[in-house]
Unconditional design. Sequence first.
Length: 205
Amino acid sequence: MPNIAVVDMHGKQVGSMELCDSVFAVEVNVPAMHLVVRSYLAAQRQGTQSALTRGMVRGGGRKIYRQKGTGNARHHGNRAPQFRHGGVVFAPQPRDYVVNVPKKVRRLAMKSALTSKLSDMIVVDKIEIAEAKTKLVAGMLKELGAEKKTLLVLPGKEDKIVRASKNIPFVKDAYVNTINVYDLLNADKIVVTKEAVEAIQEVFA
């Protein structure tokens, strides 16, 4: 079983924690993580882009001039793509970008991501702040050495912490039930409470 140090909000070690092999020591499956990240990013797309093809543009029913004898190229209507106000070639239409991923693959990808990011994980015994002040969370992250892209994982809803960290541009908040593979892989540091680690192990073990 892998061990990880548990620190307080000032970065001083206050203990250690044994982690579950089936969650934090699995064989990393890169294709599974790639598929889940693709699915996550595809789901962010609205898919509402739309343009008119030549068949959808209004007008253009009449042949613009006779077939022969004008010295010009042969044309039918004036709504072909080469004309002003004409249709668009291969015009994009509203579509769904969803990439379906089986549940087993999603779980495998999550475990692979947790295993691969274990070295970037900082486990804090608890995070408590007196008031929702940005400087309190910023000071904590500085002492923990998490001053780049940081994922802050909390066990449940913590309004004070979420409000205090919202103005820090490199911090993203997540709960145990909202973490995803993309956010884990995208973060330079993952600050997670001891209670949240126990909950993650309970869900994915």
